[in-house]
Write a protein that binds this ligand. Structure first.
Ligand code: PFF
Length: 452
């Protein structure tokens, strides 16, 4: 392996990879995005389709991405260049990692603004601002945050600096320490909050909303939203898992590790739903409120809870850390590439990327107040970025990556990569990817676009 391709480290054990990949998967997508997209898409039908998408699309594509990363042990761009130099694939395939990297970069630029909201709420939690809050004052609190760019700017900047500093270190070194305690702490906290929320909220309406469905509710819009959220939530199609796959040791079972990641991701999303919806129904908050849903309902829980100030502070601290462990994986692709290809120090590469992310993020946060004007199709800049990344770039990236792996990388090479898998498991994954995931993604994406 040429010197430039040597990576800074290998995950010290399979569990560290599982934690790191789960750390990338679990984030604002589970706690902020999942509840509001579920709310906007009618509940039960969406949840059912979402679970199917995780299993039949998300998991096979995740395995494909991680396996490809491990094949060449390099950053995604150089991986494809290397495969094309070895005449395994055409050089045009380099478009795949570029789309992935650009998608991750664009997502990070609004993700850091939302992470900034979590920071702002952490500060409010520590100051005890949620005590005695009502549903209307919770709505006002959120509207006031959006109306004032300077506070969002501060927290967006703090978050970008943290991301740059963490990615600037070797990823395997920086992450292992954090994720080990983050996930268990997050699951336990969410579980406890769900029990409390269910006890004070409207459990019947929540169960009906989340778990009852009928066929009429399964429209192409719902299915496209579910596929796109599954990809977003598992961090696939953006090169993040590809980059992490490059740090896996050869003896590890990729399929088993990825299945655990999907399970953890779904568990956290479901717990978030069970925390938020009982209150949404009990306090008559609009289920279709969109991005504000989580930030309006959570303060109500904490405001009514004995020791709420303490629990709110812990919760928002964990949310910020979860956002951080996701965000760093979005920047990893370009940072690893700049470092390995051009020998730019990781910290410098992270800084360069961070500056770009910061600028786009500023435009995003202004789109909630001073620049709240329609850019295209009645959408402001944040909504355009969110829609373009979720509904166009993410599915295209995932489709192209899957086609590359399923149809162009030689079967034997993949099988060698998945040597720790039983042959029957390998065949199962390969066929699902080839004959179910890819056709499903293509059909759903195109049908969603043309509005069938
Ligand atoms: N999966 C993350 C979440 O659910 O918050 C978001 C994410 C991480 C998207 C990494 C993209 C990515 F590359």
């Amino acid at each position: 392996m040429p010197e430039s391709r040597c990576l800074q480290g290998i995950w010290s054990s399979p569990w560290i990879f599982i934690f790191a990949a789960s750390g990338s998967a679990v984030g604002l997508g589970n706690i902020w995005k999942f509840p509001y997209v579920l709310g906007q898409n009618g509940g039960g039908a969406f949840l059912l389709v979402y679970c199917l998408c995780l299993l039949l699309v998300g998991l096979p594509v995740l395995i494909a991405e991680v396996a490809l990363g491990r094949t060449v042990r390099s950053n995604p761009i150089d991986t494809v260049n290397d495969l094309s130099e070895r005449r395994i694939v055409h050089s045009a395939w380099v478009v795949v990692p570029w789309i992935a990297g650009i998608t991750g970069f664009l997502i990070l630029s609004f993700y850091s603004v939302i992470a900034g909201w979590s920071f702002a709420y952490l500060e409010r939690a520590i100051s005890g601002d949620f005590m005695g809050i009502t549903s209307s004052s919770a709505t006002d609190m959120f509207s006031e945050l959006l109306a004032e760019p300077s506070e969002m700017l501060l927290w967006h900047s703090v978050f970008v600096v943290l991301v740059v500093m963490t990615v600037g270190q070797s990823v395997t070194r920086g992450l292992s320490a954090v994720v080990r305690f983050l996930l268990p702490a997050l699951v336990i906290t969410l579980g406890a909050l769900a029990v409390y929320s269910v006890s004070i909220g409207d459990m019947d309406s929540t169960l009906r909303f989340m778990f009852q469905w009928s066929w009429q509710d399964v429209t192409f819009d719902v299915v496209l939203a579910a596929v796109s959220l599954a990809l977003f939530s598992l961090s696939v199609g953006m090169g993040a898992m590809f980059a992490y796959g490059a740090y896996i040791n050869k003896r590890m079972s990729i399929a088993r590790a990825c299945t655990i990641v999907v399970g953890v991701d779904l568990l956290v999303a479901l717990l978030s739903g069970l925390v938020i919806f009982p209150l949404v129904f009990a306090f008559q908050i609009d289920v279709e409120a969109g991005p504000s849903l989580t930030f309006v309902s959570l303060p109500i829980i904490f405001g009514n809870l004995i020791g709420g100030q303490f629990f709110a502070s812990i919760f928002f601290l964990l949310l910020v850390i979860a956002a951080l462990t996701s965000a760093i994986s979005m920047l990893e692709l370009f940072v690893a590439w700049l470092h390995e290809k051009f020998y730019i120090a990781r910290l410098k590469a992270a800084f360069l990327m961070g500056v770009l992310v910061w600028f786009v993020g500023v435009a995003v946060l202004l789109s909630f107040n001073h620049w709240d004007s329609d850019i295209v199709l009645g959408l402001n800049f944040f909504e355009v970025l969110d829609s373009v990344t979720s509904l166009i770039l993410l599915p295209i990236g995932a489709i192209l990556l899957s086609i590359l792996v399923a149809w162009f990388i030689p079967h034997a090479m993949l099988q060698n990569e998945m040597i720790t898998q039983r042959l029957s498991h390998f065949q199962w994954w390969y066929n699902v990817l080839k004959y179910i995931s890819i056709p499903a993604m293509v059909m759903i994406t195109v049908a969603g676009w043309i509005g069938v």
